[in-house]
Design a protein around this ligand. Structure first.
Ligand code: PLP
Length: 404
């Protein structure tokens, strides 16, 4: 008679939903009955015999070996959880989002290869593509969202990767993942989507045809502004070459961070859905405020990307930006009067944050380049946290009303 499934396998019966996977995937009952996969905070693992060690080193057995290689149960556990949440075959975790991006680009591009980068991407991503990779013979064509009609021309024989974020930072531009992935596939290129802003709660790029999904887990997946990490998720055959770069560049996530990330992922769905709801409320009220010129939020019916966002996202996210009427000084006056929103460049945590793209994320661009991207001096970006939405609105309203 076969053994009844352990309590830890019951969750797999049927088609478990996202919250169920967030909580149970990757967590295996250990011999001491711990409710979660424990923190194996070890750099190395011991073997009973040389033969046992060789079985792992030579791939005959799936054992633990050395944490920098990813052969650590806490690391493997959070990777299994992430793969399940994004609907991918496999996931690798990294010490930061930039580590995940750089390993992915280095593993899939060699000297002479080409990348197409669409729309506004995180400043570090832009810097990597524009400054570091050309030194290795890897070139990038940058297309603004308004230039997407030139995608087919930009895709060359040697294009290996099409990279983009959707929604973008800070203008919340929306790109059609399925259409871009189809165009890239026709030319033999991989589509890599940075899903940090949307999160797997609101958008599943792999289901829409993307090949790889990247996260800065520092943001929503970590969710508490207390960890730095990254992840790449997709088919095992595409992840395999990335593993060697992660190992040899020493980009592994620390086990303590992996444990903390798994803790955070268990509450991802409720956090993000609450953040979606608060951001929608703030966006609607900001759009009606006389001191606000424009609100960028995919959930607003008048927003240019709304219809597309509705077709490929199940929620519109916790990020938004708006333009304070007037100049840079007017926007600074609003930001400096906020009491509940902290002035900080990150996003995705339980606490609400405010930043001005011109002073942080897009500070390094020339005024002309910012203008080309529609990033005006009065633009303010909000990462909406988990405080009461009415308290957040009261804070925004007092800052707008008293700074005139
Ligand atoms: N992708 C996006 C969209 C980001 O906002 C960031 C950082 O802000 C990164 C990637 C890089 O992540 P990390 O800071 O974890 O390296």
């Amino acid at each position: 008679m076969s053994e009844p499934p352990s309590r830890r396998d019951h969750w797999k019966t049927g088609k478990p939903g996202l919250s169920t996977r967030c909580i149970h995937a990757g967590d295996h009952l250990d011999e001491r009955g711990g409710i979660h996969t424990p923190l194996y905070n070890h750099s190395t693992f011991a073997f009973r015999s040389t033969q046992d060690l060789l079985d792992v080193v030579e791939g005959r057995a799936k054992g633990n070996l050395y944490t920098r290689y990813g052969l650590n149960p806490t690391i493997r556990s959070v990777e299994e959880k992430l793969a399940s949440i994004e609907g991918g075959e496999q996931a690798w975790v990294f010490g930061s989002g930039m580590a995940a991006e750089s390993a992915t680009l280095l593993a899939h591009c060699k000297s002479g290869d080409h990348v197409v980068c669409i729309g506004d991407v995180y400043g570090g991503t832009y810097d990597l593509l524009a400054t570091n990779l050309p030194n290795l013979g890897i070139s990038t064509t940058f297309l603004l969202g308004s230039e997407l009609g030139r995608l087919d021309d930009a895709l060359k024989q040697n294009t290996r990767i099409v990279f983009f974020e959707t929604p973008t930072n800070p203008s919340m531009e929306i790109f059609d993942i399925a259409a871009i992935a189809a165009a890239a596939r026709r030319r033999g290129a991989l589509t890599v989507v940075d899903n940090t802003f949307a999160t797997p709660v609101n958008q599943n790029p792999l289901a829409l045809g993307a090949d790889l999904v990247i996260h800065s887990t520092t943001k929503y997946l970590g969710g508490h502004s207390d960890l730095t990490g990254g992840a790449v998720i997709g088919a095992a055959k595409l992840l395999e070459p990335i593993s060697a770069w992660r190992k040899n560049l020493g980009q592994m996530m620390a086990p303590e961070v992996a444990f903390l990330l798994a803790r955070s992922l268990r509450s991802l769905v409720v956090r993000v859905r609450a953040q979606n709801a608060s951001a929608a409320l703030l966006a609607e009220r900001l759009a009606r405020h006389p001191r606000v010129g424009k609100v960028n939020y995919p959930g607003l019916t008048g927003f240019p990307g709304h219809a597309l966002a509705k077709s490929q996202m199940s929620g519109f996210g916790g990020m938004l930006s708006f333009v304070v009427n007037g100049d840079m000084k007017a926007a600074v006056a609003v930001v400096d009067r906020l009491k509940l929103f902290s002035i900080a460049p990150s996003l995705g945590g339980v606490e609400s944050l405010v930043t001005q793209p011109v002073t942080t994320t897009h500070h390094g661009l020339t005024p002309e380049e910012r203008a080309r991207r529609g990033i005006v001096d009065g633009m303010v970006r909000l990462s909406v946290g988990l405080e009461e939405a009415e308290d957040l609105w009261a804070d925004l309203e007092q800052a707008l009303d008293t700074s005139r």
